[in-house]
Design a protein around this ligand. Structure first.
Ligand SMILES: NC(=O)c1ccc[n+]([C@@H]2O[C@H](COP(=O)([O-])OP(=O)(O)OC[C@H]3O[C@@H](n4cnc5c(N)ncnc54)[C@H](OP(=O)(O)O)[C@@H]3O)[C@@H](O)[C@H]2O)c1
Length: 176
């Protein structure tokens, strides 16, 4: 037990909400002031969206909640991770051996997205990729709002989680 405490005695913590730009900036400022650079960034933050209860009585409320949850899921899993990464890149560039580790999921494989054209477009990594990811996420949210997920061949189980992980993996390819 003593050894455990000794090992972690010089760990410093800082609060972070990846979906809050001010919080991300505070963390960057903290790292800059304390260490002057960043050697490794591990992007682990992610949430799952809730699933619809099969015997739900207030279906409209559940669908609205699900849509809001999907937006939050994309905001944290994809946009949050992207914002943290882009904000911290200048500090990583001051390191002699910078590393970024994005924790992803099997659900982030592109073959979970069957929507016409989107799979093909995202597999072509080029300068337009970020714009294409944004377009994909917007189309996904629109289809979800209009109850067209199944019709447009999106995943129907853990849909926002899968789409956010695909977006993150595609973005990761662009970073390399
Ligand atoms: N569990 C699995 O089977 C599995 C499989 C494949 C991949 N993964 C991936 O592994 C990673 C970790 O997942 P996990 O299973 O360990 O889930 P978890 O226990 O729920 O951990 C998720 C972490 O994300 C943090 N987080 C959530 N929202 C955040 C926000 N807005 N800002 C900052 N941090 C936030 C949570 O912090 P708080 O606790 O403070 O809320 C928590 O520490 C995720 O990227 C996930 O996609 C998990």
């Amino acid at each position: 037990m003593h050894g455990f405490l000794q090992t972690f005695s010089d760990v410093l913590f800082h609060q972070l909400d990846v979906s809050d730009p001010a919080s991300v900036l505070y963390l960057a400022q903290f790292i800059k002031t304390k260490f002057g650079r960043l050697d490794i960034l591990v992007n682990n933050a992610a949430i799952l969206e809730i699933e619809l209860e099969p015997d739900a009585t207030d279906l409209l409320k559940q669908v609205t909640d699900l849509y809001e949850m999907a937006k939050e899921c994309l905001n944290i899993n994809y946009y949050g991770t992207k914002s943290v990464t882009e904000t911290l890149i200048p500090l990583l560039q001051l390191s002699l051996s910078p590393n970024i580790v994005n924790i992803s999921a099997l659900y982030g494989q592109l073959n979970f997205i069957h929507t016409k054209n989107i799979q093909k477009e995202l597999s072509e990594v080029d300068d337009q990729t970020e714009e294409k990811i944004d377009q994909m996420l917007q189309k996904f949210l629109n289809d979800m709002k209009e109850n067209k997920l199944e019709e447009n061949e999106w995943p129907t189980q853990l849909a926002a989680y899968k789409v956010s992980e695909v977006a993150l993996n595609t973005y990761k390819l662009k970073q390399i």
